[in-house]
Ligand binder design. Structure first.
Ligand code: GAL
Length: 386
């Protein structure tokens, strides 16, 4: 069942660079041989319950393939070889739009905003005005609200001209002032760029016409043994952080930074995710669900985590310029149906969500997430699958 638009053009590198300079969109940028070519394919994926069409973009480079939906700019699938060349899709997701619109969708792979993670009391004050948002997680707001949160809207896609072996698509969305209660019209974008070496770079950008909080992330759920494998407790995690943000009973940070040394949160040496998870499985969390304060960066992208699955040899590196990384061990997965008839069990996936700290909008001790007119929000995160 192919293909609404499937382009396989090849251009010599100088033409690619020229196209890049002119801002032209070229669907497929290829090197000479097929195996090295990067390709972009667009397929209709279905319709939302409101009748809006959803497209899927398939990016291929080398032996890597990722699939991204215009609904929520959602990373739906990532197929890559393991050490013995066996292919598997390492991301949780659904086969159809109805799955993404169902209660089983726990933000699988989507772009989360306008403010990801939690806002205490679902409210904030900004420039002398009080903003009351929808509370969708006890008293708090989680992941940008409900029906018009960024993960639930249709983004406009534009294939990007690129250099050989990188397939890139930019997803853009304009969020009107007042949407989900946030001030200012926000023009947001995220570009996914897949390279043949397994590097998937997510580059975010946003501007506004009035001051607003902005904190974007991607909520991909990984199982490096392949989505549907029963657990991630055997995956080994190295997470380069000395501190985390302790939380209250509703998972809102207290504002302090606490040391991970000597606790079950210390992954500075690679350790199986399951090694100490029982120690963080009482209230307020039921497993790992913690925001790590990453070591300082002067805005540069640096490596912050490495996850290795011993069975397949697959390795995922995470690089980001963000100050925080939410490590979530899939605690709310509940034996639910997923892609290809698979079942997603409790703790059968992990998320490493690069972002600013939770509740930053109400916590002056945390780096600010306020974007003002004339400024540009940027964020770069790389998931590198080896
Ligand atoms: C994570 C969050 C968890 C949970 C999950 C979605 O980002 O930290 O507490 O809400 O999203 O189910």
């Amino acid at each position: 069942m192919l293909t609404q638009s499937f382009h396989r053009l090849t251009f010599p590198a100088p033409i690619c660079w020229l196209a890049l300079g002119l801002g032209l969109a070229i669907s497929t940028i290829g090197a000479a041989s097929r195996s090295e070519a990067a390709e972009i394919e667009r397929r209709p994926f279905g319709k939302t319950r409101d009748g809006a069409p959803v497209d899927e973009y398939i990016l291929r480079s080398g032996s890597q393939e990722v699939r991204i939906l215009t609904l929520g700019a959602t990373l739906r699938a990532w197929t890559a070889p393991d050490k013995s060349g066996k292919m598997a899709d390492v991301l949780l997701g659904f086969d159809d739009v109805a799955g993404y619109e169902s209660a089983d969708n726990q933000y699988f792979g989507c772009t989360v905003g306008r403010v990801c993670n939690r806002i205490g009391g679902a409210r904030f004050d900004l420039e002398g005005k009080h903003y009351q948002l929808i509370n969708n997680d006890g008293p708090n707001q989680l992941h940008g609200g409900n029906g018009r949160a960024l993960c639930r809207v249709i983004w406009q896609a534009a294939e990007q001209a690129s250099i050989p072996d990188i397939a890139a698509v930019k997803f853009s969305y304009t969020s009107p002032a007042g949407e989900e209660g946030y001030p200012g019209e926000l023009k947001a974008s995220v570009t996914y760029a897949l390279a043949a070496d397994g590097k998937l770079t997510l580059t975010y950008s946003a501007i506004t016409d009035a001051a607003t909080p902005v904190n974007l992330t991607n909520h991909a759920y990984f199982n490096l043994a392949g989505a549907g494998a029963p657990t991630i407790l055997d995956h080994e995690l190295k997470l380069m952080a000395d501190q985390y943000t302790p939380v209250d009973s509703t998972l809102i940070p207290t504002g302090e930074l606490a040391a991970v040394a000597g606790t079950a949160l210390d992954f500075n040496a690679a350790t199986a995710i399951g090694a100490w998870i029982d120690q963080v499985s009482g209230p307020p969390t039921i497993g790992y669900d913690h925001n790590y304060a990453l070591r300082a960066t002067d805005g540069k992208v640096r490596q912050v985590a490495v996850v290795r699955h011993p069975g397949t040899g697959r390795v995922l590196e995470v690089h980001t310029d963000q100050p925080g990384l939410q490590f979530y061990s899939g605690n709310f997965l509940k034996d639910q149906p997923g892609k290809g008839g698979k079942t997603y069990a409790h703790r059968s996936a992990f998320c490493l969500e690069a972002q600013h700290f939770p509740n930053s909008v109400n916590e002056p001790r945390f780096p600010s997430i306020i974007l003002r007119p004339g400024e540009t929000y940027t964020q770069t995160t790389i998931y590198w699958l080896k």
